[in-house]
Write a new protein. Sequence first.
Length: 294
Amino acid sequence: MPTFTAFTKTNGKPPAEALGEALETLIPEPTGVGVFEIEDGSGLWEVGAYFTEAPDEIALALLAKVNGAKDFVISELPETDWVAKVRRDLAPVEAGRFFVYGAHDADKLPADKIGLLIEAAMAFGTGHHGTTLGCLRAFDRLLAEGRTFGAVADIGCGTAVLGMAAAKVSEHPVYVSDIDEVAVDVAQCNVNANGLTEQVVCLEAAGFAHETLAANAPYDLVFANILKGPLIGLAPDMAAQIKEGGVAILSGILHAQADEVIDVYARSGFNLVHRDEIVDWTSLTLVRTSTNEA
């Protein structure tokens, strides 16, 4: 079955949301509509729709004009076996002592590496993206420096690859959470596949808003690989949930956004100890040194 996509951009959230709602009334109907902020500080929002039939180009042009959006870019996607494609394209990734791989590459796991198995069909957060890779490298660096960690949390966990990395080098419990129900299911599948069911607890939560996360605070280490906006919003909770001397590893940050995140966390009692840059993305390692002074 062919798939058609239609994407455009707007200035600001209200017109983007209005356009997204209008797209749902089209005939033929889209199978899905998405409205996303472009996290580059431009103020632009992306609006997209997916169709199983060729969309009405005239109707799309009118909707774009009415809502002050750019013209839609319409594309037809070829039929693709996406799982097979992921298996071909996603080679194993090494990040210090860690080796992230799919089941189809199990025979490539080096004897001296710590394996993190991520199923190819669940490909977000595999270690290939600069944000995940940056977090794994930051964690490996801390371990190489002799740091050890008790309770660990992974906020916005995706596949749970970061939380599983922590569990592989410690006997302490690890709590991984995501706001998305599907992501939590994916995390649980990967936790089970890695033999970590008894050690890694998967939770559905927005930020730290879960009784289990609260009950097991304060944490020695928190991963948060999300986006700039949510990271800034989490700063006060990070200060409350991480013990003094504990570490936050943050990513999902474009290079141009990093200084703002560092400044916000500094006002919440964190000092920057390392900064990794991979392609377009920055990962930050911060140590909590005091209570919030803001």
